[in-house]
Write a new protein. Structure first.
Lengths: 111, 909
């Protein structure tokens, strides 16, 4: 799912990252990759081969919606935005993530 | 809406792929731009971008799969799996498919027949608006007193009155001559061609308008063609135009001589149009006004006492049949009252009050076949529905048995994580696949069978086709799918309700579901036996009824009698010339080597004709309301001896009874019994003419011979001497000869004799009286044969079902039986155990089936002859048949049970 770092714990986080990215406004696939890359200080790179199946699956689940738009440079891009259900989903995933990382943290801190 | 998009993606895979491709392209382009901005050369940037993106095809597939989901792939997988499993047990698959094909095929065939004969609408515009004033198959002319009760035939006068009464709610009313007329066609444009016989149909000028038929060429008849003094015009059928006029477009406007009158051809009907009657299509339609020229009889156009027209109406839009019928009845009664004079008798007033018009649905036209075959076909529809039920029960049983055998497999799959719904779906796919294959095979079977059956019922020239139309297809598909769901559901649900652990542990005992499953299997077997009982009882009843009908003494000896119809009227013969021709022809034919005796008669037994006249009998006082209607047949000399009818008293009509001699008559025994009991009938006088004259003397009494129905009492008949007849109506006759040798040489001799003595007289093909009589039993024979065939089929299916169930149970109880034998049970004991189960099942099946069979027999009692609804013989036959089936199908598994080796059975555990 991620090219450079593929810890098992990160499996399932792609949805979370996509949903989070889209809270900042509608974005196309390329934009999502760039945003995650930049915000994680180049640590995380979403692999394109995983991104699009995930986007289509999420669209189908009704978490995000897509439409064709022209970019500033006049290219047709498929732009995704968050739906109400997607927002609810994000809250769930975020809570889950927090719980998981906290739990993992506890284990690691244990002496 | 996810499923909608999924569906769209599935149905329009290109669209989905285009979306993904375009989206990908955008991403790659952006990536390249970024890399170039970072200082990478363009070519390298493109390579790098592609490398990062990976295989575009794989991406596309994965992305689309997210869309199409597992939805379709699961379906395909189910189907592949179903095909594989079915192929793995070819015996089961074959039996199931054949069973279903027979069930569905029988249903489709009978429904096709039903549709072709009873439901198919006429090929006209808005057939649903057509109404018939009579849907009876019978046709003809009646004269004398006006009809009472429901009016079937109308006089021209009454027709005009109704046609012109615009308040009734008809768009128009057309009249057609009740019955067709044979005519002789001569073509002035082809003088070398032989005159040929054709069928003409006299219709009112508005006939084509009312029917809603546009002619294919030329023009239709109009009201102007139907006025006195109009030029003779005719519309020809497409068949005649093609056959005789060689599809010549220039034939329109040409003159053709029909009988002795020159008619101009003005139009050709469309190929699919055959008139309002489902039977042999007429060749010509011409206006009513030409009735005298076409029928070569005095005009009945203005006779107020001759009822010769059948009426067809087209309802105005929005009108209902019942409302219009009420209005028409009122109009008819007003007309009758007005024409009854100032002071009608109380009797006449009552008759008028009783006169009424009923309208029948005319969408499918008039069909004699309909009245003949409607009841047998309804019975057959019920029978084939039962057969389908049986087939479904059988396949359900097979699947159930299989489900038991596959309990282990199902349990294993559940344990490996297959969802219950997935298993049910898998099993349903299997049954639906079976149903679809069965339906396709059934359809093929049906298209062949229904054509073969129809060929038995109607001649090839009749406008009835057994095409599997959309409706039939829909019905079959519905039956197949319903059957698939029906017999797929129970085993599927049961199989999925397995107790996993138990099922895996004890594979062949089928787990805890075993008891429930064998209860279901028992119920199915009982249903099968019960249905078989009903069908076998029905088959025996109909077969016995047919035998009774055929054994019924007809009163004449049909063997060796040859018939041929002559039409001297068409050749322009007047009565004296015709009788002279008949006389010399009879002498000539009787002297032929292959002929023992010959005669002629107005019509022959079972020929479909009937002529009834108002009669009077000397010495018989009729009741106050009684009109004596006497069937009258004009016959030539040697009539009883030729037809093999015994002369009981006096003498037969012979050559002495000719023009100028005292008028004589023979009567049948039914006549004597009815009108002259306890007196000597010889010498009494009778009359059958309208003028109430007792102008004939009875010279002989002959035995009762049946002229139409084999199952009704013989009516009184008066036979008059043809040679003393000078009526226009008696010109056309049937020659009858008793042959010494075969029919074929006699027919050849007959043709030669006719060609010699009356070369200008049209004669139709000679036929045997035997075949004519056999034709009268066609519908009963067909019904009896089919029901017997279905009964046999039912027995076979029940046999398969019983065998499957018992065999399965023996297999299931191998361990138990082994233990019993190990504990000392002997073979006879085991045999009793297994056979006891069979006997119980059969007894229960009979207990359910026999009352149902008796109930069913009551429903069809009216179609049976000489057999009661509770017929010990057919019930006994059904019981014997079922017991034999049970013995045959139960014996093998029972025997197998006794051969179980206790050691092996226990080791299997």
């Amino acid at each position: 799912m991620f090219r450079r770092r593929k810890p098992d714990a990160l499996r399932g986080t792609l949805d979370l990252l996509i949903l989070k990215t889209l809270t900042r406004g509608p974005q196309h696939g390329y934009g999502i990759v760039s945003f995650v890359h930049a915000m994680s200080d180049d640590e995380l790179r979403v692999e394109e081969g995983s991104l699009y199946p995930a986007l289509h699956r999420m669209e189908q689940s009704g978490w995000i919606a897509a439409e064709w738009q022209l970019t500033a440079r006049n290219r047709r891009a498929r732009v995704y935005r968050l739906t109400a259900r997607g927002r609810a989903r994000l809250a769930e995933e975020r809570a889950e993530w927090t719980r998981l990382t906290a739990a993992v943290g506890k284990v690691l801190r244990a002496t | 809406m996810g499923w909608l998009r999924r569906l769209a993606n599935t149905l329009l895979p290109d669209r989905a792929e285009r979306t993904i491709d375009e989206e990908t392209r955008f991403h790659v382009d952006e990536l390249i731009d970024e890399l170039v901005r970072g200082g990478m050369p363009a070519a390298e940037a493109r390579r790098e971008a592609r490398r990062r993106f990976g295989n575009p095809r794989a991406l596309r597939e994965r992305t689309r799969d997210a869309d199409v989901h597992r939805w379709l792939s699961d379906g395909a997988q189910d189907l592949r799996f179903a095909v594989r499993t079915l192929l793995k047990s070819p015996g089961f698959t074959l039996v199931a498919i054949v069973t279903l094909a027979l069930g569905i095929g029988a249903n489709t065939a009978i429904f096709t027949l039903f549709d072709a004969l009873l439901l198919r609408p006429l090929p006209v515009a808005e057939p649903s608006r057509l109404v018939l004033f009579s849907d009876e198959a019978g046709e003809g002319t009646s004269s004398g007193s006006p009809p009472t009760g429901r009016w079937i035939e109308f006089s021209n006068e009454v027709y005009r009155h109704l046609r012109d009464d615009v308040s009734l709610g008809f768009s128009s009313i057309a009249a057609v001559r009740s019955g067709e007329t044979a005519i002789l066609v001569r073509r002035p444009d082809a003088p070398a061609a032989q005159p040929q016989r054709a069928q003409a149909h006299l219709v009112s000028g508005n006939y084509f308008d009312t029917m809603g038929v546009a002619v294919a060429r030329g023009r239709a008849l109009t009201l102007d063609d139907d006025r006195a003094g109009a030029a003779p015009v005719a519309v020809v059928s497409d068949g005649f135009w093609q056959r005789t006029l060689q599809s010549d477009p220039a034939a329109i406007g040409r003159t053709i001589v029909l009988n002795q009158t020159a008619f101009t051809i003005v139009g050709v009907t469309p190929p699919e149009f055959f008139g309002e009657r489902v039977r042999r299509a007429p060749d010509f339609w011409m206006p009513l006004v030409f009735q005298p020229a076409i029928e070569l009889r005095p005009s009945v156009l203005d006779r107020t006492d001759t009822y010769w027209l059948s009426l067809i109406g087209r309802l105005a839009p929005g009108q209902s049949r019942t409302r219009v019928a009420t209005a028409a009845t009122g109009s008819l009664r007003r007309f009758l009252t007005a024409s009854a004079g100032a002071a009608p008798s109380a009797e006449r007033t009552a008759e008028i009050r009783d006169s009424r018009i009923e309208l029948s649905d005319g969408a499918s036209g008039v069909s004699g076949l309909r009245s003949t075959y409607a009841q047998p076909l309804r019975v057959l529809l019920a029978v084939v529905a039962l057969v389908l039920l049986l087939a479904c029960a059988n396949v359900a049983n097979l699947l159930l048995t299989r489900a038991t055998a596959r309990a282990g497999e199902m349990a294993m799959r559940t344990a490996l994580g297959a969802g219950r719904s997935r298993l049910v779906r898998q099993l349903l796919t299997e049954s639906l696949l079976l149903a679809v294959i069965g339906a396709v095979c059934g359809l093929l079977l049906a298209s062949w069978t229904s054509r073969a059956l129809l060929a038995q019922i109607v001649s090839s020239s009749a406008p009835v086709r057994a095409t599997l139309n959309a409706g039939v297809l829909a019905v079959t598909a519905a039956i197949a799918i319903a059957a698939g769901l029906l017999f797929g559901t129970v085993p599927a649900l049961q199989a999925s309700r397995l107790d996993l652990v138990a099922a895996i542990r004890t594979r062949h005992s089928g787990g805890l579901g075993g008891a429930r499953r064998s209860r279901a299997a028992h119920a199915l077997v009982i249903v099968q036996i019960a249905v078989s009982v009903v069908l076998v009882v029905g088959a025996v009843l109909f077969a016995r009824s047919l035998v009774n009908l055929q054994r019924q003494t007809l009163g004449f000896d049909a063997d060796g009698v040859l018939l041929a119809r002559l039409s001297p009227r068409l050749a322009g013969y007047a009565p004296p010339a015709a009788t002279a021709m008949y006389r010399s022809l009879q002498e000539r034919i009787a002297a032929l080597p292959g002929v023992r005796s010959a005669t002629f008669a107005r019509y022959s037994p079972f020929g479909g004709s009937r002529s009834v006249h108002g009669g009077h009998v000397e010495g018989y006082t009729s009741g106050p309301q009684e009109h004596i209607g006497l069937e009258t047949v004009q016959v030539g000399p040697d009539y009883p001896v030729t037809l093999g009818i015994a002369v009981r008293r006096g003498r037969a009509i012979d050559v002495r009874d000719k023009e100028g001699a005292p008028r004589v008559a023979m009567v049948n025994e039914a006549f004597v019994h009815r009108y002259l009991p306890n007196v000597d009938p010889i010498g009494r006088r009778v009359g059958v003419s309208d003028d109430r004259a007792l102008d004939m003397q009875i010279v002989g009494v002959i035995a009762d011979a049946r002229f139409r129905d084999a199952d009704k009492a013989v009516e009184p008949i008066v036979f008059t001497a043809m040679l003393q007849e000078n009526s226009q109506f008696a010109l056309d006759c049937e020659l009858a000869l008793r042959t010494g040798g075969g029919a074929a040489p006699a027919a050849a001799e007959l043709r030669a004799a006719v060609a010699e003595i009356a070369h200008d007289v049209p004669m139709n093909d000679p036929r045997t009286l035997t075949s004519q009589v056999a034709g009268a039993f066609d519908s009963q024979r067909l019904a009896a044969r089919l029901i017997a065939a279905f009964g046999l089929l039912a027995l076979t299916l029940a046999c398969v079902g019983l065998y499957g169930t018992i065999a399965q149970q023996v297999a299931q109880r191998t361990t138990e039986l082994g233990v019993r034998m190990a504990l000392g049970a002997d073979r006879a004991g085991v045999l009793r155990l297994v056979l006891g189960r069979i006997v119980a099942l059969v007894a229960l099946g009979l207990a359910v089936g026999l009352p149902a069979a008796i109930g069913g027999s009551r429903l069809v009692a009216s179609q049976l002859f000489g057999v009661g609804a509770i017929d010990p013989m057919s019930i006994g036959a059904a019981i014997v048949a079922l017991v034999v089936v049970a013995a045959v199908s139960g014996f093998v598994p029972a025997l197998r049970a006794t051969r179980i080796s206790p050691v092996q059975a226990l080791r299997g555990e």
